[in-house]
Design a protein around this ligand. Structure first.
Ligand SMILES: [Zn+2]
Length: 273
């Protein structure tokens, strides 16, 4: 039995041709079947998350979602630079702690991958990250009105929503989080919160799983629109911090209900070419 045959006996992904298997083959490292299966599951959920966020109009041609690598926790998995609705498992690239694509093989990466690398570095509780130009939140990134929870689905906003002012780190710039220095400054402003707005740009949402981060990214957008409607009607009564804390526990318990629905809906659509 040669070396490659021996390794393949332990690789479920080697038999299925998964993207992680390809990366492991390239590195010639034996990967236990359970580890490869866990990685393939994260990749499948990452593809679903990308398509769901496009389907829900949180993302359009721009935006990206990542997940911490299940067996290399200082690394993360994210698509190559591509429109979110068109992402497939073959597009997922393993990034190291500095945002380098270790199995990119010449494929272009997102300019703003330092959002992900610097937040994973400073927030061990974070397992998934969404960056988007979610249109409803942009007015709150440029005005003096803070984004606050108007209803229970967006209770996670009760922790407070800081705004990142890129000029303090980068001076006059193209507004993008295009290097580790800016990414580190952004992670510091996010601190221990679930959401940070980027002035004149969009937002970054973090969470302990892909279903929860997708839920939060969607309801951040919905809350922004509802909050503007409520403000137009007059004085607003927001969720109290204690109400927000209690309500968010329930959200995390029921998150698989909308996740399964959203996943089914995108699964029924034809894969984009
Ligand atoms: Zn961006």
């Amino acid at each position: 039995m040669n070396k490659k045959t021996l390794i393949c006996k332990f690789w479920l992904a080697c038999m299925t041709g998964g993207a992680m298997a390809a990366a492991a083959v390239a590195r010639q490292l034996p990967v236990p079947a359970a580890t490869a299966a866990a990685t393939d599951k994260v990749i499948a959920d990452l593809v679903a998350a990308s398509r769901i966020l496009a389907d829900l109009n949180v993302m359009d041609g721009f935006g990206h979602v990542s997940a911490r690598h299940p067996s290399h926790p200082d690394h993360f998995l994210m698509s190559r630079s591509k429109a979110p609705a068109t992402v497939t498992a073959e597009d997922i690239v393993e990034h190291d702690q500095d945002g380098n694509g270790i199995d990119a093989n010449g494929r272009g990466l997102f300019l703003e991958r330092y959002i992900h690398s610097e937040i994973y570095r400073t927030r061990p509780d974070v397992m998934a990250i969404v960056h988007s130009h979610s249109p409803g939140v942009v007015p709150f990134s440029v005005s003096q009105t803070p984004l606050r929870p108007v209803y229970h689905n967006s209770a996670f906003l009760g922790a407070g929503v800081p705004v990142f002012e890129i000029r303090q780190t980068a001076g006059m710039s193209d507004m993008l989080i295009r290097n580790a220095q800016i990414g580190k400054a952004l992670a510091a402003v996010l601190a221990d919160k679930p959401v940070v707005l980027l002035r004149g740009h969009g937002d970054v949402v973090v969470g302990p799983s892909l279903p929860i981060v997708v839920f939060r990214a969607y309801y951040t957008e919905v809350n922004a629109r509802l909050q503007q409607q409520a403000i137009a009607l007059g004085p607003v009564t927001y969720l109290e911090p204690e109400e927000a804390r209690i309500a968010d526990k329930v959200n995390e318990q029921v998150v698989m209900r909308p996740w399964d629905l959203w996943k089914k809906k995108v699964g029924e659509k034809q894969p984009s070419p």
